[in-house]
Design a protein around this ligand. Structure first.
Ligand SMILES: Cc1cc2nc3c(=O)[nH]c(=O)nc-3n(C[C@H](O)[C@H](O)[C@H](O)COP(=O)(O)OP(=O)(O)OC[C@H]3O[C@@H](n4cnc5c(N)ncnc54)[C@H](O)[C@@H]3O)c2cc1C
Ligand code: FES
Ligand code: FES
Length: 1321
């Protein structure tokens, strides 16, 4: 029997017996076809990079059904008779790009591009759905949801959402952000064509329709029975063979995203149950609805929304559907089944939403188990019973229609608290309540809670009984909630147990409160949603962009070079390069002990896993080479652990196998034997490092300078805060493309390495040093990188070097694409630190002195940590502290070496400054905004703190920007609106904050080469790497501008003629590294020098021509006269200031839900000084993207390790970067054009990193809201809150953190207060 399907219209036929049934669709697409637009990023259904459109044809209804799925979880065998469409199937560079590709490009919505093909397919699917809907048109509401489950780490989502909305029929063109189709104020939207269904591509080819036939379910490892009877006999046969035949029932297979270890399990039989008609049915009768177990969650949602029985039932089913829309992302719901979800909950304690809400709804489960036959169980019994056997089958789920027999009203509500409001995140706790009520009396009720760290969802029978027949009063509520305290208790080991437990009273209170609260008569209802919770407000935005034509086309918002190619998925990243013949694949074996003797490595069960060819370790370093994995100008690091491990996550060996899957599996099966006897205990904290004097020397040149005399400043102060402490944790890069490299041995002991790196130059040195070969034997090639954020500056080097060493040892090409978990464990992140400060200040709030002690955890090796102290102080100096002194220690610990993540040190510096300002304001009981303003620099104090870096007086724009953003954001008025809101709302509090930033950058030397080819086209090479930051685009603009100086005809079309090509470390020597926000400028400056040389060489020819001459003619002439048309140069910033300052301000307003601790960013207004922007569209993208990454650091991204330093938040399940629903609802950005500055590159400024610091405004606003909540709580508790005003809000301010500060017992306290007040009446 064969497997027949289509990919982008092309037919594929595979012999079923030759297919490993555990092969995923993604593996097939990426490794066995040329289709590379499908990207692997998480491999667990959590990011959307791998999304494809799957189309099925129903021959009876003659209908094609199209929906998105995550190809990393979909099994290849599941797509029999299906058609797959990928982004390059929508359109491509050969056949023409699809309007979606053009739209993403034109809205500047693709930066590194790694997420973009998945975004395009998700949008395409939304357009198809809309097309098939009644109205046939996409609405803005649907458009905003189109990519809600897809992650993007670069853009900050705003431009992606705008690109989606641009297809909506009800969009107001004025509301769309910056794009290349129409300018602001343009009413003509004709260039924004609607999605044309007539011209739409065929998602299901005709030939496949004819091939659909019944499936032979027989004798293969993969079988697809066509009926329950057929399935029964199959199961019976397997059961008879119990010991020999392992089986797996497969529906959508999405559970593999959570139970990753199961992936390695090789079952004898995979039984696809999705082709059994009985299991796909949805039947309705007068008692309820019965849903077949394999019905997908998306279909369940649609069906529930269509139920028409009675108002109460319709409302209830509507709420079930709305809750289900928060389960995972659409591309998971489209393939994951209702039955699969319940089985995960029943068998493996999955924290399911489905189980909780169906439990409250009184659902039943029909199952077929072989010994017992057919059974109908309540969901409660189903969950409680021992885990289902592999042969047990869930047939269907029944949800009853509840009819009130007592003339009472039916109330149903569901709740969940999760890091992301619109789903794509497991709940901390979920709940659903059903009640029959008469006026304010509960006749009876069902109360279900789940996902809080318990075996399965539960019903609270004790409380149900307590409430039955009771009129809801404060006292009853209080007693019910007190009872809850003993019931919702997470199992040991669950994260945030107290927070989870505290949510339960909140939800029950919300539900029952609706029975007693009447807004007109009862003040307690103030600010409470008596209606169901409001959906998040829609996203909106504005951009004010100065266009500077002086250096045309520099300064134009030109679309990113190659953006359409990225959208169609044709852009080639390292893992997209086809594997050379004989290629092998590597995976890292890393240490799990911080300091231990390595006794040996073997594989589990002492058998070599399938496909393993070699295990490469330090013993394989050739003679003359060194065990080096990283070498920079600042030193080197070893590649493999020697006899001892120094940290967890350290590379011990590199297992090489015939496929990436086999290599990963083998690395999982590796057992490292450790011994710790007689060894000192590892250093796992900065305090311990100080105690043991384990410190790195800081090169004096990099040590920042103190300012003024702090003893004097302290003496002048009216008030002092002494020895206050702040702690800051880490953040993971979460680039969408994980670390990857391909090494190919070449003739004469040479090697070519393709590396996804920010530093080809240093990868080059590392490989040569490790292999012990001259540097001219090595070539490192990098075309583009799928996001880096500092994580590929250093940490890419050992990855490339390991591949090179393995390739050299085995004399075969070796590549690796590090899986997400290993990447998270091995690459480290931002520097954690502990700060102790003393600050002196006047009663006016003017600060006179600041003294700091900063202990930075640098990890086990120094690397680029040497820059962190000056970066921290550079950003912290944004305020005039009067005098500033500090003692900074770089602690050497047995923790993973830290890397320089976007705004390294600067983001911590800015935060420290704000924490101090907040503390001063609180202790003086003054408005924090006043304290900020009073301590802003004048130019004179700026020059004192920053010396030469301060530049000329006219360059200091910050203080005027502070006022300007105040006006543009309507700050003062909103402050009073927030105050009023807080006075009249009890359960939601708002905060608003304005924050300034100063960010110092340095320029470094950068090479470039410009060559003109005989047809007049131009090729440019630069030292800088395109990481998504738009470097190539700016370089193209600069080349065009600089060659345009010749002013011959045809130069207007230069942008079309210029191609920036991949970086080749042999061609562009001294390439340095890309980072620090200035590489685009440096590369532009280098290219400008090259162009000036070419202009000089060409000018005499022009003059000799005696009249106007076209570019092409000029070049032909130059070729004829053998003029050298290739110029290279090295830009060195000697003649310019090495450093300059960047300025920005932001105002953010947030709303905190005190019941859940959820913070919604209502509005952010950014004003950022870009100098004369080289490309405002690119800079806008950097500002927004950087801000949202900062939002992740301050609010969402919890980087948690075990006591030995091993990262435990190691997947998309536990590490939550921002999504569309967590960015500011109103996101306004204004770019300031701050005039000429001769010594900067065409007066431009950096935009890549500084705006990340502005996200501190969100944190500060949240702190304000929390402060309001605490005031109220203290009042309820009858406590004096004044002494508490200096509390600290930790970073990240996640929901549990915020809730804890607002009061875990807030509901209890409120009710106690009310009861006390009532008793006094
Ligand atoms: C990224 C992601 C996020 C998620 N977030 C949430 C969330 O927030 N809330 C939530 O509730 N869920 C969440 N889920 C779970 C999701 O709903 C389930 O993965 C999905 O419903 C499982 O259905 P499936 O058809 O893919 O099951 P499969 O993966 O095919 O099967 C799951 C298990 O059940 C067995 N099985 C399947 N069907 C049957 C049957 N009829 N009878 C007996 N055994 C059967 C299989 O053998 C397997 O062991 C998430 C999943 C992912 C991947
Ligand atoms: S790679 Fe499939 S969802 Fe992330
Ligand atoms: S552009 Fe979205 S991840 Fe880079």
């Amino acid at each position: 029997m064969s497997l027949v399907f289509a990919i982008n219209g092309q037919r594929f036929e595979l012999e079923l017996s030759s297919v490993d049934p555990s092969t995923t669709l993604l593996e097939f697409l990426r490794y066995q076809t040329t289709c590379k637009s499908v990207k692997l990023s998480c491999g667990e259904g959590g990011c959307g990079a791998c999304v494809v459109l799957l189309s099925k044809y129903d021959p009876v209804l003659q209908k094609v059904e199209d929906f998105t799925v995550s190809s990393c979880l979909t099994l290849l065998c599941s797509v029999n008779h299906c058609s797959i469409t990928t982004s390059e199937g929508l359109g491509n560079s050969r056949d023409g790009f699809h309007p979606i590709h053009k739209r993403l490009s034109g809205f500047h919505a693709s930066q590194c591009g790694f997420c973009t093909p998945g975004m395009c397919v998700s949008l395409f699917s939304a357009l198809l759905d809309a097309d098939k809907s009644q109205s046939s048109e996409l609405t803005v509401v649907e458009a905003e949801k189109a990519v809600s489950g897809n992650l993007c780490r670069c853009t900050g989502y705003r431009p992606i959402v705008d690109a989606c909305k641009s297809f909506a029929s009800d969009v107001d063109i004025e509301d769309l952000g910056l794009n290349s189709f129409c300018r602001k104020g343009d009413k003509d939207s004709s260039s924004l064509t609607r999605f044309d269904s007539e011209k739409r591509i065929c998602t299901f080819p005709e030939f496949l329709k004819e091939e659909i036939k019944s499936v032979d379910s027989g004798m293969y490892r993969w079988c697809s029975p066509g009926s329950v009877e057929e399935l029964s006999s199959l199961l019976e046969a397997c059961r008879a063979n119990r010991d020999e035949v392992s089986i797996k029932l497969v529906a959508g297979n999405t559970s593999m995203g959570y139970y990753k270890d199961e992936r390695e399990q090789n079952y004898d039989k995979y039984i696809d149950i999705t082709r059994i008609p009985q299991l796909k049915e949805i039947k309705e009768n007068q008692n309820g609805v019965e849903i077949g177990s394999v019905v997908t969650i998306s279909k369940v949602i649609s069906a529930l929304k269509e139920i028409r029985v009675s108002l109460g039932v319709e409302k209830m089913f509507g709420k079930l559907a709305t809750h289900m829309e928060k389960i995972a992302a659409r591309f998971i719901r489209n393939f994951g089944s209702i039955g699969g979800n319940l089985v995960m909950a029943q068998r493996k304690q999955f924290p399911s939403d489905m189980a909780t809400i169906l439990l409250a709804a009184g659902a039943f489960v029909n199952i077929m188990s072989l010994p017992r036959g057919l059974e109908k169980l309540t969901l409660e019994k189903f969950l409680e019973r021992s885990p289902l056997e592999a042969h047990d089958l869930v047939l269907s789920i029944e949800i009853p229609f509840w009819h009130s027999e007592t003339n009472s009203e039916l109330l149903f509500e569901t709740y969940r608290a999760a890091p992301r409001p619109n789903g794509s995140a497991l709940a901390y706790l979920n709940a659903a309540f059903l009640a029959e009520v008469k006026d304010t009396m509960v006749v009876n009720c069902r109360l279900a809670f789940g996902a809080y760290g318990t075996k399965h969802a539960i019903r609270c029978k004790e409380i149900e009984e307590f409430l039955s027949g009771k009129v809801i009063t404060d006292k009853v509520l209080y007693e019910a909630i007190t009872l809850l305290g003993n019931v919702v208790v997470p199992d040991d080991g669950t994260s945030n147990p107290a927070y989870r437990s505290s949510l339960a009273p909140g939800f029950l209170f919300k539900f029952l409160h609706t029975l007693m609260a009447h807004p007109t008569t009862d003040k307690s209802s103030n600010g409470y949603h008596l209606d169901p919770p409001k959906p998040l407000p829609m996203l909106s935005s504005s951009q004010h962009i100065p266009i500077n034509n002086e250096y045309d086309p520099v300064g134009e918002p030109v679309t990113k070079a190659g953006a359409s190619l990225q959208a169609s998925g044709e852009a080639v990243y390292v893992d997209d390069i086809p594997s050379p013949t004989n290629c092998l694949y590597g995976a890292f074996i890393y240490s799990t002990k911080p300091f231990a003797r390595i006794k040996g490595i073997h594989f589990k069960e002492n058998s070599v896993p399938t496909g393993v060819v070699a295990v490469i370790s330090r013993k394989d370093v050739p003679k003359g080479g060194k065990n080096i994995g990283m070498k920079t100008g600042l030193g080197s690091d070893q590649l493999f652990a020697e006899d001892f491990t120094i940290t967890v996550g350290e590379c011990i060996a590199f297992v090489v196998a015939d496929t990436q899957r086999h290599a990963d599996a083998a690395a999982n099966l590796a057992v490292v034997e450790y011994e710790t006897e007689d060894l000192e205990s590892p250093i796992l904290s900065v305090e311990d490092a100080v105690k043991k004097s384990s410190l790195f020397d800081i090169i004096p040149f990099f040590y920042p300078q103190q300012v003024g005399d702090t003893s004097k400043g302290m003496a002048e102060a009216d008030h002092r805060i002494l020895s206050s402490e702040i702690r800051l944790g880490s953040q993971y890069f979460f680039y969408m493309e994980t670390q990857t490299a391909l090494a190919v041995p070449d003739e004469d002991n040479c090697i070519v390495v393709y590396s996804s790196t920010q530093s080809p130059h240093y990868v080059h040195s590392s490989v040569a040093a490790c292999l012990g070969i001259p540097e001219n034997n090595v070539r490192v090639i990098t075309r583009r990188v799928g996001g880096a954020f500092g994580g590929k500056a250093v940490k890419s080097m050992p990855v490339a070097t390991a591949c090179a060493l393995a390739a050299n040892t085995l004399q075969r090409p070796v590549r690796t694409y590090v899986n997400r978990k290993t990447d998270m464990i091995m690459t480290g992140g931002r520097h954690p630190m502990k700060i102790t400060y003393s600050v002196g200040f006047k009663s006016t709030g003017k600060i006179t002195a600041l003294e700091l002690e900063i202990l930075i955890d640098a990890g086990a090796s120094l690397g680029y940590s040497t820059f962190i102290p000056s970066n921290i102080i550079g950003a912290l100096k944004k305020y005039n502290w009067g005098a500033l002194s500090f003692d900074i220690k770089l602690c050497k610990t047995n923790l993973l070496s830290r890397a320089i993540m976007r705004s390294p040190g600067d983001v911590q510096g800015t935060y420290i400054a704000e924490a101090i300002i907040e503390n001063v304001a609180s202790s003086l009981s003054l408005e924090v905004d006043t304290i900020r303003k009073i301590n802003l620099h004048t130019y004179e104090s700026l020059a004192l703190f920053y010396k030469d870096g301060a530049g000329e007086p006219h360059e200091y724009t910050l203080s005027s920007m502070w006022d300007k953003v105040g006006v543009s954001s309507n700050f003062e008025e909103r402050v009073s609106v927030v105050r009023q809101f807080n006075e009249s709302n009890m359960w939601r509090k708002r905060g608003i904050s304005r924050v300034p930033i100063i960010y110092q950058v340095s320029l470094i030397s950068t090479p470039g080469r410009v060559s003109v080819l005989s047809d007049g086209t131009i090729v440019v090479e630069v030292g800088g790497i395109e990481l998504g930051q738009g470097l190539w685009t700016k370089v193209k603009q600069m080349t065009s501008y600089a060659l345009g100086m010749l002013q011959c005809d045809g130069t207007e079309e230069f942008l079309e003629k210029i191609r920036v090509v991949q970086s080749d470390s042999l061609s562009m020597v001294q390439g340095n590294f890309t980072g620090g926000s200035t590489t685009s400028e440096g590369s532009c400056a280098a290219v400008r020098l090259c162009c000036e040389t070419l202009v000089k060489r060409l000018r005499p020819l022009m003059e000799r021509s005696g009249g106007p001459i076209t570019w092409n003619k000029l070049i032909s002439q130059a070729y004829a006269e053998s003029v050298n048309l290739s110029a290279s140069d090295l830009y060195t910033p000697k003649d310019t200031p090495m450093r300059y300052l960047n300025y920005g301000t932001a105002v953010s307003e947030v709303e905190v839900d005190l019941v859940t601790g959820q913070t919604t960013v209502l509005q952010t207004d950014i004003l950022y000084d870009c100098g004369k922007s080289l490309n405002p569209a690119v800079d806008l993208g950097q500002i927004e993207g950087s801000f949202v990454q900062g939002l992740g650091f301050f609010m969402l991204e919890e980087y948690i390790t075990d006591p030995e330093g091993l990262v435990v938040t190691d997947s998309t399940w536990t590490y939550k970067i921002p999504t569309v629903d967590t960015i500011p609802r109103q996101f306004n950005v204004e770019i300031l054009n701050s005039g000429c500055h001769e010594r900067r590159v065409l007066s431009s400024k950096a935009s890549g990193e500084p705006p990340l610091l502005l996200a501190a405004s969100v944190h500060c606003a949240t702190r304000q809201a929390v402060k309001e909540a605490r005031k109220q709580l203290h009042m309820w508790k009858g406590e004096d809150g004044c002494s508490d005003s200096t509390f600290q809000l930790p970073v990240p301010a996640t929901m549990p953190v915020v809730k804890e500060l607002c009061g875990l017992d807030i509901i209890e306290s409120y009710l106690e207060w009310k009861l006390r007040s009532n008793s006094k009446l």
